[in-house]
Design a protein around this ligand. Structure first.
Ligand SMILES: CC(=O)N[C@H](C=O)[C@@H](O)[C@H](O)[C@H](O)COP(=O)(O)O
Length: 230
């Protein structure tokens, strides 16, 4: 493990659950104060950290909660949409988020900067940790080499060249956790407590769960489909 594991924010989420509190454009819960309430509700349930999207949501959640906060800003309609540029990353850091999550793939970024340049600038200008959201093993290795403090499996199944499975890519979690010199966060389609526990058993530093806890429309659809399929 690298020295970043000793960082208090990473120590605080070690082996624990981070809950992603996000609503999507046009949805009824897409409102910063609603997301603040959702974040407080999951904190009451024992979440060790929060992951949230958008500057207004992040500011509101930061003001209400002292927990480690992973911030991102989804923007644009290009392939790279999770905190796509350095300016987005600096704005996320400005909200008080402890960890800036950004696209950690090797696809071209809209501002023409490389991942390594972006990570370096975030470190130098904000002192915040950077979480690189990747979709494959190779991207995880490259992101760690580029200086990311944490690597997340967030984008596995969401790039055209990565394995898309209905469940989480636990094979990827295991391989990256085994081989990377930085902590790996298991994220993406973790829908049950058992899957979350398995990710940590496979070496994940922490687990991020979003949809299965904070997205009622999706959860409702799962139940509706099960009744239709009966
Ligand atoms: C691919 C992408 O845009 N992922 C986003 C990243 O922040 C969120 O939409 C997900 O909800 C989050 O990663 C948590 O994953 P899940 O909701 O599957 O537990």
């Amino acid at each position: 493990m690298t020295s970043t594991t000793a960082h208090p924010v990473l120590a605080a989420i070690h082996g624990r659950l981070v809950v992603s509190c996000q609503a999507y454009p046009g949805e009824p819960m897409r409102d910063p104060d609603t997301m603040r309430r959702v974040a407080e509700a999951v904190a009451a349930g024992g979440a060790a950290g929060i992951r949230a999207q958008g500057l207004a949501d992040l500011r509101r959640i930061r003001a209400a909660l002292d927990l480690p906060l992973i911030g991102l800003w989804k923007d644009g309609d290009g392939d790279v949409f999770i905190t796509p540029t350095l300016d987005h990353a600096l704005a996320v850091a400005e909200t008080g988020a402890d960890i800036v999550a950004l696209d950690g793939t090797r696809r071209p970024r809209p501002d023409g900067r490389t991942l390594a340049e972006t990570v370096k600038a975030v470190h130098e200008r904000t002192g915040r940790l950077v979480m690189a959201d990747v979709s494959t093993y190779e991207e995880g290795v490259a992101a760690a080499e580029a200086g990311a403090d944490v690597v997340g499996t967030t984008l596995a199944g969401y790039t055209p060249y990565s394995r898309a499975e209905p469940g989480p890519d636990l094979e990827l979690v295991a391989a990256l956790s085994r081989d990377l010199p930085v902590p790996v966060i298991a994220e993406g389609r973790i829908h049950t407590p058992e899957q979350a526990a398995e990710a940590v058993r496979l070496g994940a530093h922490a687990v991020v769960v979003g949809t299965a806890i904070t997205h009622p429309t999706s959860i409702t659809r799962w139940f509706v489909a099960a009744l239709q399929d009966r």
